[in-house]
Design a binder for this molecule. Structure first.
Ligand SMILES: Nc1ncnc2c1ncn2[C@@H]1O[C@H](COP(=O)(O)OP(=O)(O)OP(=O)(O)O)[C@@H](O)[C@H]1O
Ligand SMILES: [Mg+2]
Length: 576
């Protein structure tokens, strides 16, 4: 574009005298340092650009160069295990800090990849079909796909061998193709069909998988006040969920948290593959000390990366911590551009911005015919814990599951502090059907029973506070005791105790069945005339410790504990 110059610098927002050939959402490079930015408003004689870098030193008269297109990122092998900024430039982790890297190119040009072509000369290929495969990490096969917009006969393709991302590996319909491709982050990558959610995303976190499950390709938000455990919960999911690829976006949050993720994930082993967890993770860091305007780019870059792996046939998860910091950037932008604010200073476009982000989730049939998914999970940090504020209330409308964190539970160190009153899961009925078809017909009924018990206990608890627990009927005292068992033996889950940090579905089921079975037996004993005092004296501590005194996969161990305990309970009846 010709002749655009900076006319005004307002923090991260820069006004230009409009040159020719500029379009909305175009990527431009501003000033002597070529700071990247995006056109966010365009009028006849001026344009407004948000800059992804600090604008110190930028001044009126500085020249602007257009890139001729929207913000795109480079997608290819080498993303896994890496840490990048909001526009996918590599970063270095130095001790507890994450710093700018030297390179501006996303993928290393030095690394060798063992590429194995899966098609031959003369084959007809279309956008998104597979050219070949390379092992990106021990866990993930990277399928090199024909870029969107390219199709035709394979005119030429390299033999199996070691190649760099910069090498041409094939020519299709006149296009030379390499191991990487570019993609505009705001545009959803095409699929051949969108499919309804079907299977669960197993998070390994009991309160989520048992009570508020999310399907692969679905969406969930985790709203919670300051320090209620949003980051820990999302990190636990990133570590232990059964997706193939995790894209973790640290958006406007503390930088040391991201550095911790990097270090921890490197040391931890994926229980399914035995490889480092970092091997399946892409970290995108736009932390609180980094340019505010790149927050939006960071979340869209995150979904674009996830869609790229989805298109290879993988199940990917995008985690954004925190979407509220991105919303704050939108608010700052609105105030600097003089846009008329809607609610609480946020621009009118807040709701559609959130919708566009969550709508990128989905279970799909890829252009190559595989079934794959992108699941989107976002933290929401309402100021003052006020769950009626705009970001939380809009987000609730767009997500399938809400994992609402409760301040009182967090205060009582009941972690994860997921409220059973305020959380919801629209996928739960569909997933109950899936569970029934996959060997667990009791799944839905156990969930209903558990939620009812927790609600009953809340009601009894409030009565007990008025009349004293001792004056409650025996069955209600039992309800309170069993609800406590549920909370302490099933729902609470430590992020740091080795046996407890994740739990397989089979062990989750065993733990819940144990508590429900104890309840049923004790109820029967009460009805049969056993005095409540006898039941009160019965030691149930093995139920509470079963979750962490067994291994994460220890369903059989839990069932053994259950057999012994139920046996002991049954013998109470004989001694009545
Ligand atoms: N599952 C858990 N096991 C053990 N401790 C936990 C767990 N979840 C949260 N905590 C404790 O709560 C603290 C705060 O958690 P976290 O940083 O995740 O909160 P947050 O909601 O992300 O806070 P902020 O609002 O500052 O972002 C943690 O440092 C940890 O001590
Ligand atoms: Mg946090």
């Amino acid at each position: 574009m010709s002749g655009a110059v900076v006319t005004r610098v307002n923090g991260p927002v820069v006004e230009l005298s409009a040159g020719e050939g500029l379009a909305m959402r175009d990527l431009v490079f501003v000033g002597p340092e070529q700071l990247p930015g995006e056109v966010i408003a365009l009028e006849a004689t001026r344009a407004i650009v948000q800059i992804y870098e600090y604008t110190g030193g930028l001044r009126p008269g500085d020249r602007v160069h257009g890139s001729g297109g929207p913000l795109t990122v480079e997608l290819g092998p080498g993303l896994l295990g890496g840490v990048f900024d909001g526009v996918l430039r590599p970063l270095h982790s130095v001790g507890p800090h994450i710093e700018r890297g030297g390179a501006s190119r996303t993928l290393s040009e030095e690394r060798n990849w063992r590429f194995v072509p899966t098609i031959g000369i003369g084959d007809l290929v279309t956008s998104g079909s597979k050219l070949g495969t390379l092992p990106e990490s021990a866990a993930i096969d990277h399928h090199v796909l024909v870029p969107i917009g390219v199709e035709g006969r394979v005119e030429w393709i390299v033999p199996e061998g070691d190649y760099h991302v910069g090498d041409v590996v094939a020519r299709v319909g006149g296009h030379e193709l390499g191991l990487s491709q570019r993609w505009p982050v705001h545009r959803p990558r095409p699929v051949s069909a969108r499919l309804p959610p079907a299977e669960p995303l197993v998070t390994g976190q009991r309160v989520l998988d048992l009570l508020f499950p999310v399907a692969r390709g679905s969406t969930a938000a985790i709203p919670g006040g300051f320090g209620t455990g949003k980051t820990v919960a999302l990190q636990q999911i990133a570590k232990w969920c059964d997706a193939a690829v995790i894209v973790y976006v640290g958006c406007g949050e503390r930088g040391n948290e991201l550095a911790d993720v990097l270090q921890e994930f490197e040391a931890l082993k994926d229980p399914r593959t035995g490889q480092s967890l970092l091997d399946r993770t892409v970290l995108i860091a736009n932390t609180s000390n980094m340019p505010v305007m790149a927050r939006e780019a960071s979340v869209y870059t995150g979904v674009a990366v996830a869609e790229y792996y989805r298109d290879m046939g993988h199940d990917a998860v995008v985690i954004a911590d925190s979407t509220s910091r991105w919303a704050e950037a939108l608010r700052e932008l609105a105030s600097r551009t003089g846009e008329l604010p809607a609610e609480e200073g946020y621009p009118a476009g807040l709701s559609s911005a959130l919708a566009n982000f969550y709508e990128r989730a989905g279970r799909v049939r890829t252009l190559d015919g595989a079934i794959a998914s992108v699941t989107v999970l976002g933290a929401v940090s309402p100021p003052g814990g006020d769950l009626t504020e705009p970001v939380t209330s809009h987000t609730r409308r767009f997500v399938r599951a809400v994992w609402s964190l409760d301040r009182d539970l967090a205060y009582a160190r009941h972690y994860p502090a997921v409220s059973w009153r305020d959380s919801s899961a629209r996928d739960s009925d569909g997933l109950a059907t899936w569970q029934a078809e996959h060997g667990d017909p009791g799944w839905g009924e156990r969930r209903t029973q558990t939620l009812r018990l927790l609600t009953d206990a809340d009601r009894v608890e409030s009565i007990a506070q008025l009349v004293g627990a001792d004056s409650l009927p025996a069955s209600e005292r039992l309800t309170l005791r069993v609800a406590r068992l549920l909370r302490e033996g099933v729902l609470q889950q430590s992020a740091v105790l080795p046996g407890d940090e994740y739990t397989t579905p089979a062990k989750q089921r065993a733990l819940l069945e144990l508590v429900l079975e104890v309840h049923a037996r004790m109820q029967a004993l009460l009805e049969g005339g056993t005095p409540i005092a006898r039941l009160d004296a019965f030691d149930l501590s093995p139920v509470v410790s079963a979750r962490f005194e067994t291994t994460p996969e220890g369903a059989a161990e839990v069932n053994q504990i259950a057999t012994e305990l139920i046996g002991a309970l049954d013998s109470l009846e004989g001694r009545r």
